[in-house]
Design a protein around this ligand. Structure first.
Ligand code: UDP
Length: 461
């Protein structure tokens, strides 16, 4: 394979970012590219622990030959933080990356003979180095186009007084974006914890935007579907956002998919034993945290519903994973609990009836792709905007809402909403219609299919 098709991919170190970018990297490999995929050392360690086959897909030393055509090789670089520092502090992580990543990438480019570079939008500022070397470049945005459009128009939002100069929302309301009445308050940088963390994340996205302004990004890709965000995409013609989704994460038999935790496949054989459309799937992605009280209330809600359920209880989902007394015995016959599921295969299983989700965008796209109705329970960042798509725009889900007095989503509410959703034929049938829309977009000559084909051809150059 000539070195002209060697592509360099760089991920942002978070689960919901690594998965779709890695799927895109596999697509490039399917089309004959040799791919070098870069994670931070910390994330690489987590991936290898979860998928030992990834170790074989090995590190590349300076001067080693590039990977073969069709191969994805994993490489890791320092994130610039000492090993014992908390990487859940996104401010510290992002700020350190902005210093550590550019020289590491420059070094790789000098030694790698790459033809093109594809990076997460959150690290678009590394592309300056690529442009100096004449490479073609693209970024992937792993959330919806509505939020991407906001990130591409930060200066205008500041000039209009909707955001202050640090990116914090003022009391001024943003006009509707496409069909969405958007609230900018929960955007990434505002949900990042301390004020310093907010400033760092905002600086990071501002730097990505600056890189765009300097002409260092050729293509802006988004893991969405044109037909699902038509309004936003037509209102934001420049710079042009290319929808290429849904990128189906987790479906690569025998190839690393990029999980941070070991998948528990026993839930698939358990699902095989359940009747069609009988199981409530409950999963909150990689970062959401429930307090102990809420965790118990959810367990009681699932118990009270009387329905069969599959619940992902990731390490760290609750402060201490401590089920209510008697809960496990009570639901033994109709409940399955795993620490991490093969989510894509789960959602595609005929036994699944609905998806109780935190509304991370990957989960939303995966639910849509499989025609599932949602019960929405956002935790932070763009998840509130994604919820709004599901419940207000597409009308394929119902909200789970906190009780005003107790501040929790109560067990009675959870059980009642599950029952309401499963008997709501209009919502269930809209979810099936959306599945058709998403399937058409990635099928031959569909909008996402054609965009991705154009992107791959453009990057081959
Ligand atoms: N996921 C998974 N198994 C699980 C839970 C989640 O494979 O048990 C995957 C899911 O398919 C999705 C990703 O993890 O691709 C989570 O990304 P999302 O954007 O939904 O949420 P985040 O983790 O970023 O909050």
């Amino acid at each position: 394979m000539p070195s002209s098709t060697h592509a360099l991919f760089i991920a942002y170190p978070a689960q919901g970012h690594v998965l779709p970018l890695l799927e895109l990297a596999h697509r490039f490999a399917d089309h004959g590219f040799a791919v070098t995929f870069v994670n931070t050392d910390h994330i690489h360690g987590q991936l290898v622990a979860a998928s030992p086959e990834l170790e074989a897909a090995g590190q590349q030393d300076d001067g080693a030959p590039p990977p073969e055509s069709g191969q994805v090789r994993f490489v890791s670089v320092s994130d610039g933080i000492p090993p014992d520092v908390d990487r859940n502090n996104l401010g510290t992580l992002t700020s350190a990356l902005m210093s550590s990543l550019p020289p590491a990438v420059e070094h790789m480019i000098q030694n790698g003979n790459f033809r093109c570079m594809v990076v997460d939008y959150a690290v678009a500022w590394v592309l300056g180095v690529a442009k100096k070397s004449g490479m073609r470049t693209a970024t992937l945005w792993p959330s919806c186009a509505a939020v991407m459009a906001a990130a591409l128009h930060l200066p205008e939002l500041i000039a209009d007084g909707i955001l202050d100069k640090d990116g914090l929302p003022t009391s001024k309301q943003i006009p509707p974006v496409g069909e969405l009445q958007m609230n900018l308050a929960p955007l990434a940088w505002n949900a990042a914890g301390t004020e310093d963390a907010q400033r760092q994340i905002f600086r990071c996205l501002s730097n990505s935007l600056k890189a765009l302004g300097q002409g260092t990004v050729d293509l802006l890709l988004c893991n969405t579907v044109k037909e699902l965000e038509e309004g936003v995409l037509s209102e934001h013609p420049r710079p042009s956002i290319l929808p290429i989704g849904p990128l189906p994460t987790g479906l690569r038999a025998g190839k690393p998919v990029g999980n941070f935790w070991v998948e528990d496949d026993t839930c698939l054989s358990w699902l095989d034993e359940q009747p069609d459309k009988s199981v409530v799937y409950v999963a909150f992605g990689s970062m959401a945290v429930l307090d102990q009280n809420q965790f118990h209330e959810l367990a009681h809600g699932l118990e009270l519903s009387g329905r069969h359920f599959l619940w992902v209880v990731r390490p760290g989902l609750a402060n201490a994973v401590d089920f209510p007394d008697g809960f496990l015995e009570s639901v033994e016959k109709r409940g399955k609990i795993v620490t991490w599921s093969p989510q894509h295969s789960v959602l595609a299983h005929p036994a699944i009836a609905c998806f109780v989700s935190h509304c991370g965008w990957n989960s939303v796209m995966e639910g849509v792709r499989n025609g599932l109705p949602f019960l929405t329970w956002p935790y932070f960042c763009d998840q509130f905007i994604n919820e709004s798509y599901v419940c207000d725009v597409w009308k394929t889900g119902l909200r789970l809402v906190k009780d005003a007095a107790g501040g929790v989503v109560t067990r009675e509410h959870i059980a009642a909403r599950i029952e309401k959703l499963l008997n709501d034929s209009a919502t269930v049938s809209r979810a099936s219609e959306l599945q058709q829309v998403a399937s058409r977009s990635i099928g031959k000559d569909g909008t996402s299919f054609n965009n991705l084909t154009d992107v791959i051809n453009a990057m081959k150059g």
